[in-house]
Design a protein around this ligand. Sequence first.
Ligand code: DX5
Ligand code: ZN
Length: 228
Amino acid sequence: MTSAYSTDGQYIHPSILNADFMAIGAELDKIASADSVHVDVMDNHFVPNLTFGASMVEQIVERSAIPVDAHLMIENADTQAPLFAEAGAASVTFHLEAAAAPVKLARDLRRKNAQAGVALRPATAVEPLLDIIGEFDMLLIMTVEPGFGGQSFLETMLPKIRRARKAIGEANLEVSIQVDGGVSRETIERCAEAGANVFVAGSAIYRARDAAEEISALRELARAHGAH
Ligand code: DX5
Ligand code: ZN
């Protein structure tokens, strides 16, 4: 699968961080009605947690019915991120804090047929990124400190989403805004109203009684409240 999302819709990306890794095939089947599967790559340096490498991502790409959205919480993004495009991820998002040459890296990713995403930790300002945001398909505004699922949504990130959406609109650019961390039925409306259009949800979906039902409930709330 190659296409991940365009900017003219609302997209639900379940995170498999809190899925049962012993039954990953069945866990992927549960979310086949979503738009992409969000795969959190952690290296125990950029964040204090360790998850998947590029070869595991390649296997998930092969097994998944929907595109893979790789979120890289790793150091040395410049050299590491292209490996995930080569693994077949439809979109590859690296952290601005971990990249020396983000524009060059975005171009490398696009050349390798992946959509290019750039992510910001909660304490990283969006403004310095705005001059180069046209180089990206997606901006990921973290709504928790990256590293773990199941944390509480940071309400203080809503103005940052609003400012980013306004700047992207004023520049007439087509850039998706993804939110990740604490996204649930309680918080998704505010994210959509602020201008986000790609919604990552881990525990909300994997802890739900019925994952498919949760995906459609989240999608409906996002569509009803999205200004974008
Ligand atoms: C956190 C990860 C998230 C995480 C979200 O660092 O980037 O993708 O899985 O989990 P929830 O939705 O439970 O906050
Ligand atoms: Zn993530």
